[in-house]
Design a protein around this ligand. Structure first.
Ligand SMILES: CC(C)(COP(=O)(O)OP(=O)(O)OC[C@H]1O[C@@H](n2cnc3c(N)ncnc32)[C@H](O)[C@@H]1OP(=O)(O)O)[C@@H](O)C(=O)NCCC(=O)NCCS
Length: 433
């Protein structure tokens, strides 16, 4: 490994990337764990990019809903993928912005000269969430394990009610408000005046763009094929949530899910629970050059920000994007493509509205709003509404997807944003040259 020098921050190059197909939870990837998905995507990324594993010095990977059997998932990926065991690894989580965080952590270490070649990304299996025992059952089981006689071992069970025996699934809900993500999206739709039609139109665009991307072969180099257990006879080669036949009529026919009476958020205009993994190969610009790689692009700037979850939970990008643009020394006018995570169409529309709003900018203490996003440059190959959203994998998917599109169009700059639980927002500015 080359010695770090002290000539100032190094430029962070994204050399390659890869993801599994994204599939609806509890379907074709049901027998795969998040570790399986993370391992196979990292193995194939290493093979496809032909990077010598001995060059890799760190793996930073994330998972949002942690598994209890492989909690240090980044390190387990190194060990199970057959990578050199000296590669250090650690796991990060920043809710839906997890693989933005893992990328930034790896990038910061590269910028400081502490790392030169890293693999980063995220993996999620919503088919395999941890299911907890109730508190009462857990306490009883602990007492049983301490008891020495058979009557003493039986005693703790006597205090349990049938309800205590029910398993407890993880909550996809905001801890402090108790509202589910969908209920929070409903709140944003109502407070920002986002109509059902606007949400369905954004959803339709997402499906149409993703469908066109698949048909044109744009995703062929971004998405690996995954043979699935138990028999490994079936291979998943494509995302399964994208609808080639999406229409406004079929979206309009869906009933609201989170507010059945007055709501506008449906199974169509919400991102579904998804299984999948995505990874990026990142290097210092110098190392990429010395190894003969032409990077897909470079990290120009990033920002994380937060807002009160009780206010507009998924509005984080509207706070993070202007900071990232400031740090890049750019405005929206300098950005060629914008890729925004679509947790819900109502969230996307609310963030676009805030970007354009003078009132929002003033409330943030800024002289001018970010600006109106040109829809023909927004999520041009589809977003999470159509592709799905394996929480920890989405950030890496966005970065890789938009960089490849910049190359196809011979454009230079991109803005990526992600909203996340807790009122968090992430924004990244990327450039090709
Ligand atoms: C919204 C949600 C509850 C729906 O779950 P679900 O009921 O399992 O959804 P399904 O995929 O079964 O869809 C329900 C119906 O809508 C239909 N549908 C879904 N998307 C559609 C689309 N784009 N066009 C037309 N129909 C669609 C399905 O075909 C299904 O129809 P059916 O009942 O006739 O089979 C679930 O996706 C969810 O919780 N999403 C939010 C996840 C979340 O919080 N993410 C965090 C983001 S920060």
């Amino acid at each position: 490994m080359a010695k770090a020098t002290s000539t100032g921050p190094r430029r962070v190059a994204i050399v390659s990337g890869l993801r599994t197909p994204f599939v609806k939870a509890s379907t074709v990837f049901s027998d795969l764990t998040a570790l399986d998905l993370g391992r196979i995507v990292v193995q194939e990324l290493v093979q496809r990019s032909e990077v010598d594993p001995e060059e890799i010095d760190s793996v930073v990977f994330g998972q949002v809903i942690p598994g209890m059997t492989a909690a240090s998932i980044a390190r387990e990926i190194v060990l199970t993928a057959g990578l050199p065991r000296r590669i250090e690894a650690y796991t990060v989580a920043r809710a839906c912005a997890t693989s933005i965080q893992s990328f930034i952590n790896a990038g910061n270490a590269i910028a400081l000269g502490q790392s030169h070649v890293a693999i980063t990304g995220g993996t999620e299996s919503m088919s395999d969430p941890p299911i907890f025992a109730s508190r009462a059952l857990a306490h009883a089981l602990v007492d049983v394990s301490k008891a020495r006689t058979v009557p003493a071992k039986l005693k703790p069970f006597q205090r349990l009610t049938p309800k205590d025996l029910l398993p407890v699934p993880p909550a996809i809900a905001e801890f402090t408000t108790g509202l589910s993500m969908g209920e929070s999206a409903e709140k944003m739709a109502k407070e920002n005046g986002i109509t059902r039609l606007e949400q369905d139109q954004l959803t339709l665009a997402s499906h149409q763009n993703a469908s066109r991307a698949w048909k044109s072969g744009a995703f062929d180099a971004e998405v690996m094929h995954v043979p699935v257990p138990p028999k490994y006879q079936q291979t998943v080669a494509r995302d399964t949530i994208v609808r080639d036949d999406a229409s406004l009529e079929s979206l309009a026919a869906l009933k609201p899910v989170f507010d059945r009476k007055y709501g506008t958020v449906t199974a169509g205009n919400a991102s579904p629970l998804t299984d999948g993994a995505a990874a990026l190969l990142v290097m210092s610009e110098e190392r990429a050059k010395s190894l003969g790689y032409q990077p897909l692009g470079f990290l120009r700037s990033h920002a994380f920000a937060a807002t009160d979850p009780a206010d507009q939970l998924l509005q984080g990008p509207a706070y993070a994007a202007p900071l990232a643009l400031d740090r890049a020394g750019m405005t929206l006018k300098d950005i060629d493509l914008v890729d925004m995570h679509e947790a819900f169409a109502a969230q996307l529309a609310s963030n676009l509205q805030a970007f354009a709003s003078k009132r929002f900018a003033t409330a943030m203490g800024r002289a001018a709003p970010v600006g109106e996003v040109d829809r023909s440059r927004l999520n041009v190959n589809g977003g999470s509404l159509a592709l799905g959203h394996p929480f920890a994998a989405t950030g890496a998917r966005l970065i890789h997807q938009v960089l490849r599109e910049l190359k196809r169009r011979d454009l230079n700059t991109a803005l990526v944003t992600v909203c996340a639980q807790g009122g968090l927002g992430a924004a990244v500015v990327l450039e090709r040259a």
